[in-house]
Ligand binder design. Sequence first.
Ligand code: WTA
Length: 652
Amino acid sequence: MSQEKLYYPDKELFKDAAINSMERYHALMQEAREDYEGFWARFAKEKIDWFKPFTKVLNEENAPFYKWFEDGELNVAYQCVDRHLATRKNKAAIIFEGDNGDQRVLTYRELAYEVNKTANLFKNRFGVKKGDRVVLYMPMIPEAAIAMLACAKIGAIHSVVFGGFSADALRDRIVDAQAKLVVTADGAFRKGKPYMLKPVVDKALEEGCECVEAVCIVERNGEDIRWVEGRDYAYYELLKEQSHRCECETMGAEDPLFLLYTSGSTGKPKGVQHSQAGYILWAQMTMEWVFDIKENDTFWCTADVGWITGHTYIVYGPLAAGATTVMFEGVPTYPDAGRCWRMVEEYQINQFYTAPTAIRMLHKLGADEPEKYDLSSLRILGTVGEPIDPAAWQWYHEKVGGGRCSVVDTYWQTETGGHMISPLPGATPVKPACATLPLPGIMAEVIEEDGTPTPVGEKGFMCITKPWPSMIRTIWGDPDRFVKSYFGDCKKDGKPVYFTGDGAMTDELGYITITGRTDDVINVSGHRLGTAEIESAIKKHPNVAAVAVVGKPHDIKGESIFAYVVLKEDNGVADEVETLKEINEVIKKEIGAIALCDDIAFVPDLPKTRSGKVMRRILRSLVKGEAITQDTSTLEDPGVVEKIAEILKCKG
Ligand code: WTA
């Protein structure tokens, strides 16, 4: 049996939870196994305010292009805002806290007005129609959520680009989506100082973005910006002219709701396309099941709206559930490492959701900070984005949660839309740093390529073996890549099944522990980056002949980026520190500061097979200082491994 201690939920705290016992969990799982479509149909009817009810549940004819509730009609902005006006019009929908501590509260009624005015602006002034793409390059301010919902209201497809991405990265995403409108802000505030976004948009639009007809700019930090006549428009000026009434566009369940670009193991980022009904259904259900959201709760997810976590658990999930969601512009360590705990006290936060990187950082910088604040409102602490280590988990559980809160380690991806594997706060006995069990209705299994279950304690492929409502529908503009990326590796009963790209292990309880990516994706501070993207950026450095990047374990960030660089001209003049600086300048331009290299090593060559494939696994082992267990005899030059090991040893 498992030696580790299990943490049982506080029964009193969770007596009213939607799923408040393991019996209830198993009953739901059983229901899903016996009648999969019936299970989902039941919840879809119960949770969504349909304009026209669906008659078909799951269409598998064109697998893996699955369709859910396809003849149903709805509007996601209606689901998230309008329908709450009958019962919650004066309830806070969004509580915003700025970097400088400024506050703004939007009730559901105020949010409805702002969304409607913005929707009218997009539609009437910028000619945005159903199906058009709108790129949002926004700071963490309520207008970001408002713009997302305004798109949903009129049936436009938004693509939020994280504000840390560079002009080049932004341009790639604008062009790939062929966006008609870009919504941005002058900038915002971080660590007490203004930072800028609009100049990045200006730079992105310098070339190749003929699709963009207008740029709509929200004023946030008031800094001077350049205005391009006939292209740039001030949001608040135009908003004044718009009516606060706006009809919802009627949307088909399978119409795209949004695109979100994410990194894969190869090539350029992929535009993950999500649907209307399936996505919003699961966003709302997981708010109820995993976060046990209650009418008077205040929910805070610290993610950025530029990532899927921000989409599902700052905007869509909480609002669909009629909850109060907190949006924070700043960083957790400013003005000090007590910022988050002060906010938990101030707003009486009930659910706090963040990334392990933030937890490790707050632990390191302020282990005793939580004691200075009244954190008794907290019931649930969540983590997401990367594996959490037991030490960080313990601190979170004891010091932040007072040993009383349920800690939910939620495993999911941009492509899954919402949580896949997670403890249920009122039911699941938790093993630290383990995502535990699939949520009811989610057929998550650790299997071999042929579908046989991987033996307990061994690493296998983390797959979802049945389609689920909130799954990715396709990669924008590249359906073949969609099929290849997710349905090319594993089969069950002869049928291709969704492979996450992660490895995982089960224990004797059936609990699943995620062991990390099996592909060439690096997870830095919970940000997902593809080695291919970083390498193609570094290759633009004039003196780089070849490069391979790998993730190197890092105390705070989880992983940091390490690059093996083969120079074009290795005349002994090039200096690692200088070259690293130059390489980082290139990365900053091509991708953004989130993908900076921490360290590099000059190497004579990369370990390649005779067919020219770089053996990245060897490079990963080398940087960790692990013994090389891989067979090196198939390498073009087996001696290179020794040489690289020697170079790393000298670096120390
Ligand atoms: C990793 C973030 C361990 C995983 C929602 C996945 C995790 C990738 C966890 C998706 C977790 C996410 N434990 N690893 N609880 N949650 N991951 O698309 O490798 O930005 O494939 O979505 O993060 O990252 P993405």
